[in-house]
Design a protein. Structure first.
Length: 169
């Protein structure tokens, strides 16, 4: 089971006990937010793409969407998500549990700047009913084959700007 693989991965950091498992599904942003009793945007969803004959992962905020123009400008190709079968084959985790930890060797992991507005976020941990709370520096540190920060998302900025303006009043 993939969550066991992730726990084993976190064992090297003494963090295997921080992996949370739920009696309910956390396979979508909405379900994960309900299971964790947090805002959906704090769920760090991990999306899998196929580019130049290999898979990459992009971890984004739960309320962010891939901006195709930004993606193409960054990677030089159109965004092409992996099929459910390809996700297991290329990444090592099934959809609903895809995470940036304990992934297939050679899989590049990128973090989108949409996550930087939070102190902590909740990525999945290899199964459709797991997560871990990490600070942004911890997410960088523990992501397998971490390549760096990118800016390939849209929509979250408007929500964030509205919330910031309303909080200032």
């Amino acid at each position: 089971m993939s969550v066991e693989k992730v726990k084993e991965y976190f064992k090297q950091y003494g963090m295997e006990d921080q992996v949370l498992e739920f009696p309910v599904s956390s396979a979508t942003v909405e379900l994960a937010a309900a299971a964790l009793h947090c805002e959906p945007q704090r769920i760090a969803k991990t999306l899998s793409f196929f580019i130049n004959e290999h898979a990459i992962l992009i971890c984004t905020a739960g309320d962010a969407k891939i901006d195709n123009a930004k993606y193409k400008a960054r990677f030089g190709a159109k965004a092409k998500m992996l099929s459910p079968d390809q996700v297991v084959d290329f990444i090592g985790h099934a959809i609903g549990g895809v995470c940036p930890f304990a992934v297939t060797e050679g899989t590049e992991v990128y973090l989108d700047v949409s996550l930087k507005r939070f102190e902590t976020v909740y990525p999945a941990c290899g199964s459709s009913n797991s997560a871990i709370e990490l600070t942004i520096p911890e997410l960088e540190q523990y992501s397998s084959n971490y390549m760096g920060w990118i800016d390939v998302c849209k929509d979250y900025q408007k929500k964030f700007e509205r919330r910031t303006i309303n909080n200032a009043r």
